[in-house]
Each structure stands twice: as C-alpha cells, then as structure tokens.
Design a protein around this ligand. Structure first.
Ligand SMILES: N[C@@H](CCC(=O)N[C@@H](CS)C(=O)NCC(=O)O)C(=O)O
Length: 211
C-alpha cells in the first residue's frame, strides 16, 4: 500500500486528494512543521530532495507532486485523470500540469518582498511579479471561461496541481479572487467535489493530525 508522508499544511494534500478521487487505499503518516515552518528533521531525512510530498511505494521513495500524481494514475489507475498524446487536450494538460510552479514562484517572490520592501531591487522585482501575475491570471481566467476544467471538459491531475496554489495564495497572501469570476467559480466547483472535501478534512491546510 502507498504510504503518504504528509507534512502538515503542504502540497502533500494533493496526493491525499488524488487517492480519495481514485478510491485507492493509502496509509497517511503525519509530520508537523517546526516553529520556523520548515519540515522536521525526520521528514528531511526521508529523501535527498527533502521536500513535501514524499511517498513510499514498496521499496521506492518518491518526491515531486506532479511526478507522483502521474505515477499513481498510470501505475494504479490505468491512466485515469491524465491525458495522453493522442488526445486534442494533450498540450493543455501538459501546460496546466506545469503552470502551478509559475504561481508558486510568484508566491515566494511576494513573501520575500514583504520581508524587504525597501530592498535595492524591490521596485523592479515588484513590477516584474505584477506583470507576470497579470499574464498568468489572464490566461487562467480565459481558459476557465471556455472549459469547466483546465484540460477541457474532464477533471484531471492538472486541476489537482493547480488548486493547491490557488488556495495557497488565498490563505498565505490573502489573495481574493473577486476580480477573476471564472477562477472563483472553478475553485467553488472543485471545492464541491466530495473527494476534495474529504481529503481537505484529512490533510488540508486546516486539518489536524489524526488521533
Ligand atoms: N515542486 C515541489 C515543491 C515541494 C515543496 O516546496 N514543498 C514544501 C511544502 S508546500 C516543503 O517541502 N516545505 C518544507 C520545507 O521546505 O522545509 C512539489 O511539487 O513537490
């Protein structure tokens, strides 16, 4: 059975969500962040990359959430929630699988600026972040105005990858989505999925360790 090493309030909630969507069994091992919000030493020791999520599948220890969700879907679910090269939505799927790292980069940039708003390059970097954010959200908003999910009519791993960064921006930087009605409606649509609600109750940002 797959073991999910879950770091409290982290991207590892994506893997729990996927397992709930697929109805696959898993064991959850919970790790609390330290006072400085970083992962504890026992978590860092699980894998040389030392990032969450980490999963265990037999004798293999795997990291990187995009790789993990595709791995699980192909290995244990016949490719469900993925899009193959023969489908017209293939590029869209690939694009949105990777998109989350754009927003995550901006999130870290904004956090850094918040800590040093008068730094030597702060104005230039703030302008760069704003321009990029405008473009990424414009694209997201236009896409979700045409299709209910990022890779088209069907829910895929690209939605699992993207929802975390949207909620992370909402929680971590108090980003409101009133200016992005399609994105806001999408977030509500996703949040209404029973597997999402269950996974967030187990391992989402407000969840607490079991027992
Ligand atoms: N691209 C990686 C990002 C992993 C990542 O940054 N994880 C964060 C949690 S959201 C982490 O490990 N934080 C704890 C730390 O750096 O100590 C993925 O998708 O798995």
């Amino acid at each position: 059975m797959i073991v999910i090493h879950h770091l409290g309030a982290s991207q590892s909630d994506r893997v729990v969500w996927l397992m709930e969507e697929l109805g696959l069994p898993y064991e959850l091992k919970w790790y609390n962040r330290k006072a400085d919000r970083l992962a504890p030493d026992e978590y860092l020791a699980l894998h040389p990359a030392a990032t969450a999520p980490v999963i265990q599948d037999g004798d293999r220890t795997l990291v990187e959430s995009a790789a993990i969700v595709e791995y699980i879907c192909h290995r244990y679910a016949g490719g469900r929630f993925t899009v193959g090269p023969s489908r017209p939505e293939y590029y869209d799927y690939l694009y949105w699988m990777h998109f989350n790292n754009n927003l995550l980069g901006l999130f870290f940039g904004k956090l850094a600026l918040r800590g040093n708003p008068e730094g030597p390059d702060a104005q230039r970097v703030a302008g760069l972040i704003q321009r990029r954010e405008n473009g990424y959200f414009r694209h997201l908003e236009q896409t979700l105005g045409k299709t209910p999910y990022l890779a088209g009519a069907e829910f895929t791993c690209a939605d699992i990858m993207t929802m975390f960064v949207l909620t992370n921006l909402a929680i971590g930087l108090a980003r409101k989505f009133d200016d992005l009605p399609n994105t806001q409606a999408y977030m509500k649509r996703i949040a209404a999925r029973p597997a999402y609600a269950k996974a967030m109750a187990i391992a989402g940002p407000k969840a607490t360790p079991p027992g």
